[in-house]
Design a protein around this ligand. Structure first.
Ligand SMILES: Cc1cc2nc3c(=O)[nH]c(=O)nc-3n(C[C@H](O)[C@H](O)[C@H](O)COP(=O)(O)OP(=O)(O)OC[C@H]3O[C@@H](n4cnc5c(N)ncnc54)[C@H](O)[C@@H]3O)c2cc1C
Length: 310
């Protein structure tokens, strides 16, 4: 259904695998486990990248999709950036109090309000939130340094539609929950995080008795794990907060929402650019259009230069 959330068969990894397969079909080489250590610049234009292993890859055009702070403050030499741009990236807000909880379930939950198994219920988005006041209180508690007493959760059970995700009869549940203090990105409180996860499960138990007993395994991914394992600075799932000042022309810095950067032929197309976050595909599509337009303009400039010197 257009405009609705969807579940890719095989999980989100299947989306990345499909994009990689498509790129290979066009002749691309896809390399993973190849951390970029530096983006090299020569005379104001990108010259390629140097991998953390020391391997040098020359390139006349580079697109970075890493977090803006990684791309511009870690991988590039600050001397290559205008002071105003570097300051904008330094001030980029990238906090988060989001916790992902993944559960392996022995069976589907039986909701008191709707006991029969129904794909429209079990296969839809299940939101744990009784009132806006609860959501506001959960947020304010985290701002005050305490994990939410009544966490908000946005839940789905993709195995209802995709039997490749769990053995027959068993299920996986994905819970997007909020909030814990944003300081957990650097100094997590593991015991408080475990209690918070217990409270999320207790909220489901309240509407689906017996749920807690159905949990076979659980994985709790807080801001610290997101930062350390996924490279999401501050644990922010969108490479930067979706606040008013960080949207549209301000994503990630005023003057660069066209996906160019201060370095010629270095482009950006990650979640921290206009069109992100989320799996939208918008930055990727737009950056290709921008590069093609810039290449066309460059060809014209060269032709004109040749013409005027002839
Ligand atoms: C828990 C969670 C739930 C989410 N739920 C949803 C959802 O329901 N719907 C939705 O649309 N979006 C969701 N998102 C957001 C979505 O995952 C992101 O917006 C999307 O993955 C961004 O894609 P990206 O390519 O811009 O960045 P990423 O997916 O973050 O990819 C950036 C890549 O760059 C790599 N990288 C970083 N530094 C280097 C380096 N030096 N060298 C080489 N590689 C490097 C990283 O390892 C990473 O693989 C969720 C995210 C999380 C964490």
């Amino acid at each position: 259904q257009s405009g609705a959330w969807g579940f890719p068969r095989g999980g989100m990894g299947a989306v990345a695998a499909a994009i990689a397969a498509s790129a290979r079909g066009f002749g691309a080489t896809v390399r993973t486990d190849a951390e970029v250590g530096r983006i090299r610049v020569r005379d104001g234009a990108v010259a390629g990248v140097t991998l953390a292993s020391g391997e040098e890859i020359d390139a006349s055009c580079v697109v970075t999709t890493a977090h803006p702070a990684i791309s511009f403050l870690r991988l590039l030499d600050r001397a290559e950036l205008p002071a105003g741009f570097a300051a904008d990236i330094e001030h980029w807000q990238t906090r988060s109090g989001t916790v992902k909880i993944n559960l392996a379930l022995d069976r589907l939950p039986v909701f008191t309000a709707h006991p029969s198994v129904d794909p429209a219920v079990h296969g839809g988005t299940i939101v744990l939130s009784e009132s806006l006041d609860d959501v506001e209180n959960a947020f304010q508690e985290a701002v005050g340094g305490k994990p939410a007493t009544l966490p908000f959760a946005d839940i789905c059970i993709p195995s209802v539609f995709d039997d490749s995700l769990a053995p027959s009869g068993k299920h996986v549940m994905s819970m997007f929950t909020q909030w814990v203090p944003d300081t957990y990105a650097d100094t997590p409180d593991e015991a408080a995080l475990a209690d918070y996860a217990d409270r999320v499960i207790a909220r489901v138990e309240a509407v689906a008795p017996g749920f807690t007993d159905s949990v076979l395994h659980r994985q709790v991914i807080g801001p610290y794990e997101m930062q350390e394992e996924y490279g999401l600075v501050g644990g922010n799932i969108f490479h930067g907060e979706l606040s008013l000042g960080q949207l549209f022309h301000g994503r990630p810095a005023a003057g660069y929402a066209d996906l160019r950067t201060p370095v010629r032929w270095l482009y950006q197309a990650g979640s921290g650019t206009h069109g992100g976050g989320g799996v939208t595909g918008i930055p990727g599509r737009n950056v290709v259009r921008q590069i093609l337009a810039d290449q066309r303009a460059e060809r014209w400039r060269r032709r004109l230069r040749r013409g005027s010197s002839a």
